[in-house]
Design a binder for this molecule. Structure first.
Ligand code: FCB
Length: 508
């Protein structure tokens, strides 16, 4: 790991920060916006902490100019934001709602005027509710609708947006949304999560094609990836870690970069309608390569009428070549086999009751947490070296595409002190450590082009509502006032110097 000396980044390194529409915009019915799954979910009792919703959030929709100035003050080279699909297509189909597009046009123009590259995410989890009512991501039609929506946005903004990201963290959309049920739309079925997994990736491939036809520049996808570590080297824990790795990492990396779902996961999920249900064209893919994608049970699934999820040619569409890969990294995960939780406890792991949902029960790899490392306010382990490990693996096993860290950051127990300041030294330390780990990966040959802090400002942290603060900027929710934290000044200096100062964490 790089020491605490000054650390200079390559010229042209892209320093950014990220946000997402539902987490900051508010104004949920302004200018013709329709409801999204997150509006419905957050208004359902018991789904979010304090029943918080994104109705007002950071009021960014109305404070756009002020936030553009904040971005300028921070000195960002690029700003990653997402477009709210229900602002563009209030009920998920049909022509673009001009007023919705205009908002993003103003945002993009405002960024360009300030010399900031717009990095646009098409889907950061806010599916129009009308599409969910028609089956959501469990149905194929949603992938087609997504490509049409992508074309509408690209027709308006292709010339001005430098980076296009189709999906943000499709694992969260499919597995949290349709399997664990902790995110919108809150469904809990393994088969639904699997179908969503496939249709999201298909939507990504179709949207990539649509973006290219519309003349969009660099196109990529953002995945949430993490090293998965077994709680011990017992073979059952190793097998559990392999399953969890398959579910989180390889169910996305393999189809994107190898053109097929991972064989062990196909086998694991055989018997459920989902990516294991195969169609004619897949035989072709299998014949093309040496991957065994179809397990014995699969034909059975189809015969059972379990649903035909993967259609002819899908795998090729999903593996459409990209210009970059976006990686969101927060923490490594430790897992154990369910039969070995006592052993994990004895080895010093904190073991909490596993969530009672069908996906967790099916995967048999419950998470355990290390009690000997620092954790953020989310309870996530702080282990910067895991980022180096992750990126090196992606480079060695999957792709040499340029990589952008499209999110990294920490929720901290911030507060405004009596002097009116937020001295978030823990966040500075977190970012310092992860940037040094990133530099280690770059030194090892990973082509990393940029880094986006999550987040520009505190915002609606999904199921955690406003209880968790990730921002470089404090948001006073009752008044909407923005207050740059100490980390904001630190990051501004990093950007100006194109370098991390020596001992930056310790000095604050
Ligand atoms: C990621 C999400 C982002 C934010 C961070 C903390 O999973 O993409 O919206 O909630 O986690």
């Amino acid at each position: 790991m790089q020491s605490s000396a000054q650390l200079t980044f390559p010229d042209g390194f892209v320093w950014g920060a990220a946000t997402a529409a539902y987490q900051i915009e508010g104004s949920v019915s302004a200018d013709g916006r329709g409801p999204s799954i997150w509006d419905i979910f957050s208004h359902t009792p018991g789904r979010t902490r304090n029943s918080d919703t994104g109705d007002i959030a950071c009021d960014h929709y109305r404070r756009l100019q002020e936030d553009l100035d904040l971005i300028k003050q921070l000195g960002l080279r690029a700003y990653r934001f997402s477009v709210a699909w229900p602002r563009i297509q209030p009920d998920g189909k049909g022509p673009a709602n001009r007023a919705g597009l205009d908002f993003y046009q103003r945002l993009v123009d405002g960024l360009l005027e300030r010399g900031v590259t717009p990095a646009l995410t098409l889907y950061h989890w806010d599916l129009p509710q009308a599409l969910e009512d028609a089956g959501g991501w469990t149905v194929r039609d949603t992938a087609q609708r997504f490509a049409e929506y992508a074309a509408l946005v690209a027709d308006a903004l292709a010339d001005s947006v430098g980076m296009w990201i189709t999906l943000n963290e499709p694992w969260c959309s499919s597995w949290h949304g349709y399997g664990h049920g902790v995110h919108a739309p809150g469904r809990r079925r393994v088969a639904d999560a699997l179908a969503a997994n496939h249709h999201l990736l298909l939507g990504h491939g179709l949207a990539t094609q649509a973006l290219r036809s519309a003349g969009a520049g660099a196109v990529g996808i953002t995945l949430n990836l993490a090293p998965i570590r077994p709680a011990s080297d017992h073979r059952d824990d190793l097998a559990a870690a392999r399953r969890a790795d398959g579910n989180l990492n390889r169910m996305f990396l393999d189809p994107l970069f190898r053109g097929a779902y991972p064989p062990d996961m196909v086998e694991h999920y055989a018997g459920r309608p989902g990516p294991t249900a195969v169609a004619d064209g897949d035989q072709q893919v299998i014949a093309d390569g040496d991957q065994q994608v179809i397990g014995d049970g699969d034909q059975q699934v189809m015969a059972d009428g379990g649903g035909r999820v993967i259609a002819d040619g899908d795998n090729r569409i999903i593996a459409e070549p990209l210009d970059f890969l976006g990686v969101n990294f927060y923490f490594p995960q430790y897992v154990a086999d369910p039969s070995r939780l006592d052993a994990a406890r004895c080895a010093g792991y904190a073991v909490r009751p596993a969530p009672a949902d069908p996906v967790t029960e099916d995967l048999r790899a419950p998470a355990v947490t290390r009690s000997d490392v620092a954790r953020t306010a989310m309870g996530w382990e702080v282990e910067p070296a895991a980022l180096t490990e992750l990126l090196t693996r992606v480079r060695q096993e999957y792709t040499s595409l340029p990589i952008y860290i499209t999110e990294n950051g920490a929720a901290c127990d911030d507060y405004v002190d009596p002097g009116g300041k937020v001295a978030d030294t823990d966040r500075i330390e977190f970012l310092d450590g992860h940037l040094r780990a990133l530099a280690d990966a770059m030194a090892a040959g990973v082509d990393v082009r940029g880094f986006f802090v999550w987040s520009l400002m505190d915002n609606f942290e999904w199921a955690e509502g406003y209880s968790k603060r990730f921002g470089l900027t404090w948001v006073d929710y009752p008044s909407g006032r923005r207050l740059p934290k100490a980390s904001f000044g630190w990051y501004r200096d990093v950007i100006v110097a194109n370098a991390i100062p020596p001992d930056s964490a310790g000095k604050m």
